[in-house]
Design a binder for this molecule. Structure first.
Ligand code: PLP
Length: 470
């Protein structure tokens, strides 16, 4: 980002929106507490306060959805179905798009993969019908959620180039070669935060007779998405990254494939009629939402969508870009820190740029050790590891992983400053405590920081749950 752009950004010295846990006190290994600097929004974002209040508002009415004539049941059903409409508006869905509530992005993409599998069977792809497009094309930068479901189907991958322009050219070459049914791309990289030109990719896919699904797990919490305007066929994202951590995700898109797919969760609610020998499956969202739906998850996801939609676009942009610019500039100034990116033209390519994610490594230190140090000695929470994007991390020459700081509407400049100061102190003074690897993770020796008494796994004690850094 140029200095001129930086000058135009106002300092994000206060959160843009209040979130739950803003003033959480984090215990330090050497004693005392500091305000927790949560720089791990890309993994799971804290609840926006308004979203959490809405949960409390809905909770007294909590009852079965679609299954009861009672008052609370009817209110719950109305909340659930209205959430679908709000989410449809949030992503600018077309009138005939289907909105399906799922558990998360992974679930949504697996649901779509199941539909693609059914479609290929119905169209006789396995029998080699020459006029049937049948492959899923994806980039090597994808999160495993947008990679593993496709690997179970006919597929092809493209190694992203060092610029967005050349990556698009590579995608076009593959599309031109024919046979691509679906292009599966991330809206923003969960590793580096760089945004992909999804409207252009959609146009490209359509030009060669393919559809496109955008994994918007990272994009939706930071940028507006519009299926109608961009032509994106399917979009998937998670409530817990969208400031609504109550267990719902969503898949929105064209209904024909979704109605042709084998039900994602066969069971109550997914059927019109059942005999012992035959079933007539429901159409629309019910087909894939078997079992009792997560009404609180859907209601809070919809509330988060409403709150984000009401944000002033410039304020939102300025807040995150100012934090990002300060973090990148601050880290770049520290000798021994490397900030990683994928595309040399990310900042200049139309509709791209980066969301609130910064990826970096510290020379001479294992990423997991730096993350443990930042937490124990500075009360700063970041993510380390390979970010469920192994092909990309391996290609970037980071097989042991790197560090990721991520932020959003509840973040403030002090969070970025605390991270930079922590890294400066590490490179100047070294570690202030001893650390060991335990169950695959770096942990402080003799960790006596205690969890709240209702969270029994005190760190450092036998049986503490190991965290995954994949
Ligand atoms: N896609 C991207 C880009 C992600 O960052 C993530 C989670 O980190 C996922 C998919 C999977 O999301 P979830 O764990 O909510 O299913």
């Amino acid at each position: 980002m140029s200095t001129a752009v930086l000058d135009h950004l106002q300092l994000a010295d206060a959160p843009l929106l209040p979130v739950v846990g803003q003033e959480l006190a984090a215990p330090l290994i050497q004693g005392g507490h500091v305000r927790y600097a949560n720089l791990d929004y890309a993994a799971s974002a804290p609840a926006i306060e308004e979203v959490a209040s809405h949960l409390n508002e809905v909770l007294p009415y909590y009852a079965s959805v679609h299954r009861g004539a009672g008052f609370a049941s009817q209110v719950s059903t109305s909340v659930y179905e209205n959430a679908r409409k709000i989410v449809a508006n949030f992503v600018g869905a077309r009138d005939d798009d289907t909105v399906i509530f799922t558990r998360n992005t992974t679930d949504s993409l697996n649901l779509l993969a199941g539909c693609v599998e059914s479609l290929l069977k119905q169209r006789g792809y396995a029998e080699g019908r020459s006029n049937v497009h049948g492959e899923v094309l994806y980039l090597d930068i994808e999160h495993h959620a947008n990679l593993l479901p496709w690997q179970a189907l006919p597929h092809r991958s493209v190694v992203a180039a060092s610029s967005i322009a050349s990556t698009l050219a590579r995608v076009e070459t593959q599309l031109r070669a024919g046979n691509v049914l679906l292009l599966a791309v991330t809206g923003a990289s969960n590793v580096t935060g760089e945004v992909l030109p999804v409207a252009e990719l959609a146009a490209l896919a359509h030009r060669y007779g393919a559809r496109i699904v955008v994994d918007a797990a990272q994009l939706a919490p930071h940028r507006r998405i519009n299926l109608f305007d961009t032509g994106i066929d399917y979009v998937a994202f998670s409530g817990h990254k969208l400031y609504a951590p109550f267990g719902a995700g969503v898949l929105v898109g064209r209904s024909d494939w979704l109605d042709a797919g084998h039900p994602h969760l066969a069971g109550g609610g997914a059927v019109k009629d059942v005999r012992l020998e035959s079933i007539i499956w429901a159409q629309g969202p019910a087909r894939h939402e078997g079992g009792t739906p997560n009404v609180l998850g859907a209601a809070t996801l919809a509330k988060a969508a409403t709150v984000l939609s009401a944000l002033d676009a410039d304020d939102w942009h300025n807040h995150e870009q100012s934090l990002r610019a300060h973090l990148v500039a601050g880290l770049n100034e520290v000798d021994g820190v490397t900030v990683h990116s994928l595309f040399e033209d990310a900042d200049t390519y139309p509709e791209c740029g980066s969301i609130g994610v910064v990826n970096f490594s510290v020379t001479g230190y294992d990423a997991g050790l730096v993350a443990a140090y930042l937490s124990a000695e500075h009360g700063v929470g970041v993510r380390d590891g390979k970010f469920c994007a192994h092909p990309l991390l391996n290609r970037l020459g980071l097989p042991a992983g790197s560090l990721r700081a991520s932020f959003g509407v509840g973040s403030q400049l002090e969070d970025a400053r605390r991270l930079i100061a922590g890294i400066q102190a590490l490179l100047r003074d070294g570690l202030g405590w001893d650390y060991v690897v335990d169950a695959g993770r770096w942990v402080p020796v003799n960790d006596n920081r205690s969890y709240p008494q209702w969270a029994p796994n005190t760190p450092g004690t036998a049986g503490a749950a190991p965290c995954s850094t994949d």
